[in-house]
Each structure stands twice: as structure tokens, then as C-alpha cells.
Design a binder for this molecule. Structure first.
Ligand code: NAD
Length: 476
């Protein structure tokens, strides 16, 4: 019998049934239709304390299992995700809003499995740092203990795996606190993973407000993996101080892209589009402001508008759609307000900008805004939605200065035909990652993290594993 034959199989309905509270739940509604997806329980501080206590005791056995067995179980966890991929994708689509099709729900579930496997695969041996005949010093990577993982609502399953996979691999137990907008996706993912993981090493506490703060002040939590906005990240930095927790901060971004004068507008239009509009713009490292050289400004506007107009938006379960609604009303209002600020300032709408505010669902149309002042709020604030401003520039130094002018520095990109010229501009950008002729692609082997107020600490690869471990030097 193969591993796949022995894996528990869920349907979306049986997954939902498994994670429903017995009573007193809060309704979670589909952001595209307003229909009920399911209910989430409302645990509070006592339940969080109980989960941390369970994690403390489960972690010891998990650490004692050894690295080889943990690697095997992470691969089994990937098998379980793959065996339940469609059930997970449908639930994710209904709760988060993202379409099944395109780089969306199925893609996200697939990434969960890939990241689990890749994280199981990396080799991390003790490092001999001095061995000169007189001194022998070796650096070991020990488990930290209990890791608290606090996540956002945009890629709730994938980002959970980014946090939990390296934490588990390094012998830690994990307590997750998902966003109150997308708790069911994370609960369902954990339900699937826990069909193969030992009891207590992975728990989710999805409940009332204040749980994130309780986790980040908890004396028995050694590290917080946080992905979310910069203001919340600052709160966590403060609340983690008393217990000197280790923290990885993956925070907000307002990524710049610079299109150089030698770029081919038609050739880059599709890459620009998905760089900005993946997940309907609700992506940390999406292209959020585009600086285009005056020589090709009109051609880029035209090519991008043509491509953008061809990508269908609608209800996620409809296979034809590749863009969905915004996940929640607050985010709809942010995007709407920023586009209005651009319109009021005289910017030119190339596409969209005309939401039906009375329609069902938080659909904001794909929007491109040209001839916009570089200081307009749509440019300098994070829109986190399907509205891209295109700023015209005439001097590359000026474009670099504008790209670097904000406090954020997550990703960035440079677009041009001469790769070396593009790389020279890339080297001048203040960001955790700069892509050339693409934007936002992540890979489990390539370290990812923010510069400036987009955070600190790296995820992915061996660098990412080290962030979930306590370095321990043995000398002698
Ligand atoms: P958010 O900061 O509002 O919420 C993130 C999480 O923090 C949620 O689970 C929330 O309940 C919790 N939280 C809220 N207050 C807290 C507190 N005081 N203490 C502890 N936890 C608390 O972010 P969001 O709106 O869910 O996500 C969107 C933001 O996340 C955007 O700014 C986006 O750029 C950013 N993001 C960054 C990355 C990255 O890798 N850098 C990835 C995805 C999203």
C-alpha cells in the first residue's frame, strides 16, 4: 500500500464539519457572495494558555524524535496536503475569496505541499567554526521550544506553512493564531497536517481579539513568527520585549518597479500585470507603484491596459475567473479611498476605478491610474488591492530616489532589455529582494525578508531554518 492510499481523505464539507465549534461560534461569510462558509469558535486566554502548555510538553518528544524522523513526517504532511488539495482549495476560495483557478487557491495549496517538502529537504549540519589544532569550536542549532505563529488573511494557508514548516523541522512545537478574517483556512490546513503529525506539536487557536498579543507576551513562547502589517509588527516588537522573544517580522510593503527606457512594453505587460495583481493585489510583495520612463510611458500604459482588461474577475468557484473580490470591507474601503484620492487630484484612469458599491461582494475592478503625482496617497501608501499607479519619470536617478523614498522595503523590480543595465539599477534599490523582469515570485530555496520597516529576519532555505533555532556553540 502506498502512502497516498493510507492518507485521510476529506471533502470540503467534512473538513468544515471537523473544525466547527460545538456552540457559540462566529459566522464567517464568503466575501464574494455574502453566504455563510462556516463558524469559528471563540476561545480566549484560558484556551491559549492550555494550548501553550500542551505545546510545551509535546515539544520535548518532538525534539527527541530526531531530525530524520521530522523530515519524514514533513514529507508525509505534504502527501496529506496533496491528497486533500481540492477540498482545501475550495474552502480557501470560499473564505478568502481568491479564485480556484490562476495563481490563486489551487496554486496556494500546491505551494503548501512544495514548501513542506523543500523544508524537509534542506541539510543543516553543525558548523565547525574553528579547528586549528588548539581550539575546536562547533555551532549547533537547537530547538527553541514553542513558536507562536501569527498570520495575515491574504495567503492564509501558504504563509502558515512558511511559518510552521521550518519551526517543526527544527524541533519546535507551534501554536498558530490566524487572522480573524480567515481562520477556517488555517484550521482546515492544520486538521489535514495533524492526520500525520504527533498530537500537540501543531495547534491553532482562532478566537476572540487579543489572542495575538497574549501569544506575543506569553512567557512560555520562545519565538514569534509574524506576518502582517507594519503597525501590528511594531506592537508585537513592543509586547515581546519583556520576555526577550526571538521574532521574525515579515511586514507590509509598497514595492516599486522601475521600467527602463529599453524595455519592450508588449513583452513585459503580462509580467507587470501579475506582479501587481496576483491575488487581486492582496500580496505583501506585489508591485504597488510603477515608475515608467517617459520614452515608453504611453506604450507601457497601452500594453498593460490591454492585458489587464482581458483578465476576468468574479466569484472564486467559477473556473473562468482569475481575479476575485477583496477579502473584507475594510480593505475595499482602503482601495476605494486611495483611488478616489488619485481621481480628485486629477490623475487619469486608464481602466476601472468605478466600483459598484451596492453590489454583493467586495469586488473592486482592476484599476490602472496614469499621470499621477509621485506623492499621491495611492503611490506612497500601501493599497493592498487591484489598483496600480503608473508614475512617469525622465531620469533613472530620479526613479531610484523615488523608489527608495518610503519607509518600506520589501520587494522591488527593474524591467529592461539589457540585463546588466537592469542589474546595476537593481543594486541601488533598498529592498529585501529585487527581481529583474518579474516581480514577486518566491521560491523555498531563496531567502526572503524585508528591508527597512518591511521587517527583519529571513524565511526559506537554510537561512530560514536557522531563524527557528537557538545557536549553541560548543568549544573544546
Ligand atoms: P494585520 O497586521 O492587520 O494582522 C496580522 C495578524 O496580526 C492577524 O492575525 C491579526 O489578528 C494579528 N494581530 C492584530 N493585532 C495584534 C497585536 N496587537 N498583537 C499580535 N497580533 C495581532 O495584517 P493583515 O491585514 O492581516 O495583512 C495585511 C498586511 O500584511 C499587509 O500590510 C501586507 O503587506 C502584510 N504582509 C506581509 C507579508 C510579508 O511576508 N512581509 C506577507 C503577507 C502580508
Amino acid at each position: 500500500m502506498t502512502t497516498a492510499d493510507t492518507t485521510t481523505r476529506f471533502t470540503t464539507e467534512s473538513l468544515l464539519t471537523a473544525i466547527q465549534p460545538e456552540s457559540g461560534g462566529r459566522d464567517i461569510l464568503d466575501p464574494a457572495t455574502g453566504e455563510l462558509v462556516g463558524q469559528v469558535g471563540q476561545p480566549g486566554r484560558p484556551e491559549l494558555d492550555a494550548a501553550v502548555a500542551t505545546a510545551v510538553s509535546a515539544q520535548r518528544d518532538w525534539a527527541d524524535l530526531g531530525d530524520a524522523e521530522r523530515r519524514r513526517l514533513l514529507n508525509r504532511a505534504a502527501d496529506a496536503v496533496e491528497a486533500n488539495a481540492e477540498a482545501l482549495a475550495v474552502l480557501l476560495s470560499r473564505e478568502q475569496g481568491k479564485p480556484l483557478n490562476g495563481p490563486n487557491a489551487r496554486f496556494e495549496v500546491g505551494a503548501c505541499a512544495s514548501w513542506l517538502r523543500a523544508t524537509a529537504d534542506f541539510d543543516l549540519e553543525p558548523e565547525t567554526v574553528v579547528d586549528d589544532g588548539q581550539t575546536f569550536a562547533q555551532l549547533h542549532y537547537r530547538p527553541l521550544g514553542v513558536v507562536g505563529a501569527i498570520g495575515p488573511w491574504n495567503w492564509p494557508m501558504m504563509i502558515s506553512v512558511w511559518q510552521l514548516a521550518p519551526a517543526l523541522r527544527m524541533g519546535n512545537a507551534v501554536v498558530m493564531k490566524p487572522s480573524s478574517y480567515t481562520p477556517l483556512s488555517v484550521l482546515a490546513l492544520a486538521e489535514v497536517l495533524n492526520t500525520v503529525l504527533p498530537t500537540g506539536v501543531l495547534q491553532v487557536v482562532a478566537g476572540r481579539g487579543g489572542l495575538g498579543e497574549a501569544l506575543s507576551t506569553h512567557p512560555d513562547v520562545a519565538k514569534i513568527m509574524f506576518t502582517g502589517s507594519t503597525p501590528t509588527g511594531k506592537s508585537i516588537i513592543r509586547s515581546s520585549a519583556d520576555t526577550v522573544k526571538r521574532i521574525t517580522m515579515e511586514l507590509g510593503g509598497n514595492d516599486a518597479g522601475i521600467v527602463l527606457p529599453d524595455a519592450d512594453p508588449k513583452a513585459i505587460a503580462e509580467g507587470l500585470f501579475w506582479g501587481a495583481f496576483i491575488n487581486t493585489g492582496q500580496t505583501c510583495a506585489a508591485l504597488k507603484r510603477l515608475y515608467v520612463h517617459a520614452d515608453i510611458y504611453d506604450a507601457v500604459c497601452e500594453a498593460l491596459t490591454e492585458f489587464a482588461a482581458s483578465v476576468p474577475m468574479g466569484i472564486g468557484l467559477d473556473e473562468t475567473n482569475e481575479l476575485g473580490p477583496l477579502q473584507n470591507e475594510a480593505q475595499f474601503d482602503i482601495v476605494d479611498g486611495l483611488v478616489e484620492s488619485a481621481k480628485n487630484a486629477g490623475a487619469r484612469i486608464l481602466l476601472g476605478g468605478d466600483p459598484d458599491r451596492d453590489a454583493t461582494g467586495y469586488f473592486y475592478p482592476t484599476t490602472l491610474v496614469a499621470d499621477i503625482d509621485p506623492q499621491n496617497p495611492l503611490v506612497v501608501e500601501e493599497q493592498f488591492g487591484p489598483a496600480l499607479p503608473l508614475v512617469k519619470y525622465s531620469d533613472v536617478d530620479e526613479a531610484v530616489r523615488m523608489a527608495n523614498s518610503l519607509e518600506t522595503g520589501l520587494g522591488s523590480s527593474v524591467w529592461g532589455t539589457d540585463r546588466n543595465a537592469a542589474a546595476a539599477v537593481a543594486a541601488r534599490l533598498e529592498a529585501g529582494t529585487t527581481w529583474i523582469n518579474s516581480h514577486g515570485g518566491v521560491d523555498p530555496r531563496i531567502p526572503f525578508g524585508g528591508a527597512k520597516q518591511s521587517g527583519y529576519g529571513l524565511e526559506f532555505g537554510v537561512h530560514g531554518l536557522k531563524q527557528l533555532a537557538q545557536p549553541h556553540v560548543i568549544v573544546g
